[in-house]
Design a protein around this ligand. Structure first.
Ligand SMILES: [Zn+2]
Length: 315
């Protein structure tokens, strides 16, 4: 038996559950309950799935109550557990961006791609195995697709910038948006004041700064009261939060462009500049953590972001 994962009730039938990806507080799964039906937004990895079922059991529900499994995009911290979860939920349909569908139906190429970058051993340790999903259980949600989820209206918005296979989900009931990675990352443990620290994710291989800024504007045009971030949990999208997020998109783009002329060790230099940016921002926001603690916590994101910027520069 594993220990129970952390979860928190956020109101409107929405619960955030820790996906326990790499370490606690990094990636989230959202359960949305509407009557006796449940939608799972983001799945974490195959290792997350037992935690999802355990939480349902605590609430007197089971895998049979899951009507929809909805990863925002097919990166594996969001969709790696989709095949495993679908195999255990007889009544569930998967909803996915049209560009991601084939990777869920036949995950072979997706798996090979990740193994090529991270190696077989890391793949097994972090993701386990990707299971295929029957094509007839997959709903492709094109831009503005509306779902009547047991009487609750969800609208799917095509939001490129982080990935071309990414949608966000507007929930009319909470006036909130499940933003996946489109609205950046904001870890609550990094600050203890009113203002959260938020920054864009530029991870490989489809970062597009202009598309990302447009997607952020599109989300804000809906005047949402809450953003449900996958990394990590709900934040209020105040004007200063939006400005901070957009500034980070431009700052990361500028960092990459400045390093463009010299290709040798470029990713390393981008990483160093980005970490300096993070530390300066957190100093302004008065983080309770030390420089060493912040550096250790953000190391993985900064490395991935630098990799993504390197890919972007080489396009
Ligand atoms: Zn992603």
């Amino acid at each position: 038996m594993t220990h129970p994962a952390q979860h928190q009730d956020l109101g409107h039938g929405i619960t955030v559950l820790d996906a326990e990806y790499i370490q606690p507080g990094i990636a989230a799964v959202y359960l949305m309950q509407q009557g006796d039906q449940v939608a799972i937004i983001e799945t974490g990895t195959a290792f997350t799935v037992p935690h999802i079922l355990e939480l349902l059991q605590q609430r007197g529900l089971s895998a049979e109550n899951i009507a929809y499994v909805i990863p925002t995009h097919v990166h594996l911290d969001h969709a790696g557990g989709a095949g495993e979860l679908m195999a255990l939920c007889p009544n569930a349909q998967l909803i996915i961006h049209p560009f991601g569908a084939r990777h869920m139906i036949d995950p072979g190429r997706l798996q090979q791609g990740v193994i090529a970058v991270y190696g077989e051993e890391n793949f097994k340790q972090y993701y386990g195995e990707l299971k295929p999903i029957e094509a007839e259980r997959v709903i492709e949600a094109a831009d503005n697709f509306e779902l009547d989820f047991n009487g609750r209206k969800l609208v799917f918005l095509d939001t490129p910038g982080h990935a071309k296979h990414h949608f966000c989900i507007y929930d009319e009931t909470s006036n909130g948006i499940f933003t996946g990675d489109t609205f950046g990352l904001s870890y609550p443990n990094l600050t203890d004041g009113d203002e959260p620290f938020i920054f864009a994710t530029t991870t490989p291989v489809q970062f597009d700064p202009e598309a990302m800024l447009n997607s952020i504007d599109r989300l804000m045009a809906l005047k949402p009261e809450k953003m449900y971030l996958t990394h990590y949990s709900a934040i209020t999208p105040t004007q200063s939060v939006v400005e901070q997020l957009k500034d980070s998109v431009l700052a990361f783009k500028t960092i990459a462009e400045k390093e463009r002329p010299v290709a040798k060790d470029r990713q390393q230099r981008i990483e160093e500049r980005m970490m300096e940016y993070m530390l300066t921002q957190l100093e302004t926001l008065q983080s309770p953590l030390s420089v060493d603690e912040i550096s250790a916590f953000l190391k993985n994101d900064v490395t991935l972001n630098a990799q993504g910027l390197e890919v972007w520069l080489n396009k």
